[in-house]
Design a protein around this ligand. Structure first.
Ligand SMILES: NC(=O)c1ccc[n+]([C@@H]2O[C@H](COP(=O)([O-])OP(=O)(O)OC[C@H]3O[C@@H](n4cnc5c(N)ncnc54)[C@H](O)[C@@H]3O)[C@@H](O)[C@H]2O)c1
Length: 364
């Protein structure tokens, strides 16, 4: 039984592929739109390998509204959209903001009224500028400190205005309006890989985030890790982040979608985090433990736009979405290492036979 059809933009990327997998595992049909700028079609094979179902795939750029229209026309059963795409430096505004507007316009034309948006904790900026805002609750004022965060906050505003306008206009006309809903999911630091070792992050260029970089150091692809600043007022001088396992994060999308469909809340801005903050040094230690040796690093000056502490207060997601993290950053470290050590070429190689065998056994 199919419970709904979801368009996942950026669905072959890191978070999008896990979200697609989770949706398929929970009886949704998934239509992926991705231009493969930072991902590979092999992600589709791995999703199918793990859950036995394959997402429908369209190679489309989300800034191409006419192509998006065609996708909605080909799949009139699409009832919601999950937007994951857009991690392109210099093109942030065109792709993130412009692409989201194209998507919303095309959704409106095809009467698709629920949107789940991949926002980020970076919209909060430096939450320590206010007293008592760590862990960060959703009512912490927005104040991004970098371009990426500003595009995310801008899209949150666009979605909020759009959903509110749709609801108000329909209500004024005496029509049903509650079908218009948006979830702004503020991800903390997604990391980890599928516990099977068969799916993980496979960026086309140099990764930007701490754990994938540590993975590259462990495999010898990079000589050492650069730690950006050890002079923060934290317990060991390095910045604090809330690391959330990508499998938990994917389940958060499912819970949010369910909440929109059942409760029809209008807008919901919601943190997806664990509530536990870890420093860079703590992460290096945890990952080194999994790898079985110390990993080399150099401390360099702070990076512009980085903040001291992004740790979530996840109470809203816990209570409203009935979602909480089930895995810890130690699990993410172990799963990431299983992924990178078994697949040094990511999706550009076949999966190792023993992992396939283990998957088969786990399904039997
Ligand atoms: N990974 C993180 O740490 C993190 C944290 C917070 C929020 N996010 C957000 O989550 C989303 C997914 O991030 P990710 O880490 O999975 O990145 P990713 O690069 O792995 O995934 C993005 C996907 O979008 C595709 N894409 C890029 N431009 C596109 C375009 N114009 N048209 C169609 N597809 C396009 C890429 O090919 C890729 O498959 C992004 O919006 C990101 O900003 C990520």
């Amino acid at each position: 039984m199919v419970v709904g059809t979801v368009l996942v933009t950026g669905g072959t990327g890191y978070i999008g592929s896990f979200t697609s997998l989770t949706l398929l595992e929970n009886d949704y049909q998934v239509v992926i739109v991705d231009n493969l700028y930072n991902s590979s079609e092999v992600a589709l094979d791995r999703i199918e390998l793990i859950c036995g179902k394959r997402p429908i795939f369209h190679k489309v750029d989300i800034t191409d509204e006419a192509a998006l229209d065609k996708v909605f026309e080909a799949h009139p059963e699409i009832d919601s959209a999950v937007g994951e795409s857009g991690e392109i430096p210099l093109e942030y505004y065109r792709v993130n903001v412009g692409g989201s507007i194209s998507l919303l316009r095309s959704m409106e034309r095809h009467n698709v009224t629920n949107v789940v948006f991949s926002s980020s904790a970076t919209v909060y900026g430096d939450a320590t500028r206010y007293p008592n805002m760590i862990p960060i609750p959703e009512h912490c004022p927005i104040g991004p400190t970098n371009t990426y965060g500003r595009t995310k906050s801008m899209i949150e505003t666009v979605i909020t205005d759009h959903v509110n306008a749709q609801r108000n206009n329909l209500q004024k006309a005496g029509k049903a309006f509650e079908q218009w809903n948006g979830a702004l999911l503020r991800y903390f630091n997604p990391c980890g890989a599928h516990p099977s070792g068969l799916m993980g992050e496979d960026p086309q260029g140099v990764p930007y985030n701490l754990l994938p970089l540590l993975g590259r150091v462990a495999t010898g692809d990079r000589p050492k890790l650069l730690v950006f600043g050890d002079d923060y007022p934290s317990r060991d001088g390095t910045a604090i982040r809330d690391y959330i396992h990508v499998v938990d994060l994917a389940k958060g999308h499912l819970s949010a979608l369910k909440y929109l469909r059942e409760k029809k809340p209008g807008l919901l801005a919601c943190n997806l985090g664990s509530g536990r903050g870890s420093t860079v040094f703590e992460m290096i230690k945890a990952f080194s433990k999994v790898v079985g040796r110390d990993l080399p690093y150099d401390v360099v000056p702070r990076r512009q736009g980085d903040v001291l502490d992004l740790t979530a207060n996840p109470s809203m997601a816990n209570e409203l979405l009935h979602w909480k993290t089930e895995l810890a950053m130690e699990d993410a470290c172990a799963d990431l290492w299983k992924w990178v050590s078994n697949n040094p070429k990511g999706y550009r190689q076949d999966p190792p036979a023993e992992l396939l065998e283990a998957l088969k056994k786990s399904k039997a």
